[in-house]
Ligand binder design. Structure first.
Ligand code: GLN
Length: 455
């Protein structure tokens, strides 16, 4: 197999589909092809697990010399001069980056509609959203434009688009993958992870990017198991106990999603899993505490985009006016809304009522998971209460969009790993449904093994 053939096949696919999908903010066909040709000339290298594999990278991750705009106008001229650690590890493993995947601006959203580069469409039905914020990653994988992608998940942005586009997406334990070179949204929640066509590919990619990095002080030092071997070895689910949280199978869950997920769980039982009820009683507070914490952190992280150090600058007579004009012109409406709300919840007089409360609730949500994992190995639920919705359907009502994150955000607040795997098509919408498996801290091996057996 030639690397150049793989790259060319992806570029042909991009040529045929990109006009209707808009999955990329930038395609680097020429550089990908010339890298592939030089790799072919040197010959295949079996020491590199991703040798010659074309991948896309979410526009939030730094890749030396490639534009990184984070879906935003404010970074329109920004080209990093270094690699994010996860990107560096992919390159070292022989992967070939063919483009930058579209995303919600600064990863704020659940539909990829807040991108300054226009929305990405769902390859299954181009009248629908691909999910978000890693919608370009999911769409590019689902449409065959690349073999895998790196996304980020702050509150579901890997798992939810994977579920909407019928691919596999894993959000690792907080600290499992270095965040160095990832443009920060909410630093205590952000994690990088793979989106792929199947579970073995996700295991392979996670093996490459996981592990300690001295450039990220929150990166974990524990060993990285051989995920790919664990997936290959797992034949059934005997001996495994899967918890079904009563709060996840409740009001608001679309019947077609519930039916598809229940069918997948019945299959898990046939494969030997024992299914038990568990409870995550603080789930009802997850959306409010997540959005307070995420917006608070974002308001502080995004202070660096001032028109001086990066990207877009508007000219004005004095410094403060220049900051204001640059930020007003550079950020889109969703980002501005979040900076304002985040600043508000952190301000004197409101901090105790909002931010501190949210941080306390976060601790309770984590405790819910710790308690539940004394009764089961993994937890299962839907990745999203609905299948992909129509373009523009929820853009006028941000709260409606936030509420759609109910099944994914608790996991980020708790710092735990989760994976979304395809569970067939919904009976009403004929759109993909994702089954989510949630694991204990550093339980990626178990998660991937179970997901592999089940799919
Ligand atoms: N939809 C959530 C938000 O807008 C999650 C986004 C993400 O995980 N980056 O914050």
């Amino acid at each position: 197999v030639k690397a150049a053939d793989a790259v060319q096949a992806c570029l042909d696919r991009i040529e045929a589909t990109e006009g209707s999908l808009n999955a990329f903010t930038h395609v680097q066909g020429e550089s990908a092809l010339s890298l592939a040709q030089s790799m072919d000339a040197a010959g295949p290298d079996s020491s590199k697990p991703l040798w010659g594999v074309p991948v896309s990278i979410k526009d939030i991750l730094a890749s030396k010399g490639d534009p990184a705009r984070c879906g935003s106008k404010i970074l329109e001229n920004f080209t990093p001069f270094y690699d994010a650690t996860a990107v560096k590890r992919l390159k070292d493993a022989g992967a070939i980056i063919i483009g930058r995947a579209n995303m919600d601006e600064f990863a704020m959203g659940s539909s990829t509609e807040s991108s300054a580069f226009g929305p990405t469409k769902n390859p299954w039905n181009t009248a629908k959203v691909p999910g978000g914020s890693s919608g370009g990653s999911a769409a590019s994988v689902a449409a065959g434009q690349c073999f895998g992608s790196l996304g980020t998940d702050t509150g579901g942005s890997i798992r939810q688009p994977a579920s909407f586009c019928g691919c596999v997406g894993i959000k690792p334990t907080y600290g499992r993958v270095s965040r160095y070179g990832c443009i920060a949204y909410a630093s205590s929640l952000d994690q990088i992870g793979p989106l792929t066509r199947n579970v073995p590919d996700a295991a392979l990619m996670l093996n490459v990017i996981a592990g300690h990095d001295t450039m990220d002080s929150t990166s974990a030092t524990c060993d990285v198991p051989d995920y790919a071997a664990a997936v290959a070895a797992q034949k059934d689910l005997s001996g495994m106990t899967i918890g079904m949280p009563e709060e996840y199978w409740a009001e608001g869950l679309a019947k077609e999603v519930e039916d598809s997920c229940r069918a997948a769980i019945a299959k898990a039982e046939d494969m030997g899993a024992k299914v038990v009820p568990v409870s995550l009683p603080n789930t009802k507070y997850a959306v409010s505490s997540y959005y307070i914490i995420a917006m608070a952190e974002a308001s502080s992280n995004l202070a660096r985009f001032d028109g001086v150090r990066y990207g877009h600058r508007e000219h004005a007579d004095d410094l403060i006016d220049m900051y204001t004009a640059s930020r007003s012109a550079g950020f889109g409406p969703e980002v501005k809304r979040r900076i304002m709300l985040g600043t508000y919840v952190l301000s004197a007089g409101y901090y105790d009522a909002y931010y501190r409360k949210a941080a306390q609730v976060r601790r309770l949500i984590r405790q819910d998971f710790l308690d539940a994992f004394t009764k089961c190995d993994l937890i299962c639920g839907p990745a999203s209460p609905v299948t992909a919705w129509g373009l523009n359907e929820k853009t006028d009502d941000p709260l409606q969009m936030y509420l759609m994150d109910i099944y994914t955000i608790s996991l980020n607040l708790a710092g735990l790993p989760g994976i979304s795997i395809p569970a067939g098509l919904g009976a009403d919408s004929a759109m993909p449904v994702g089954l989510q498996l949630l694991g204990p801290a550093f339980g990626e091996e178990k998660l991937l093994a179970a997901a592999g057996a089940l799919s």
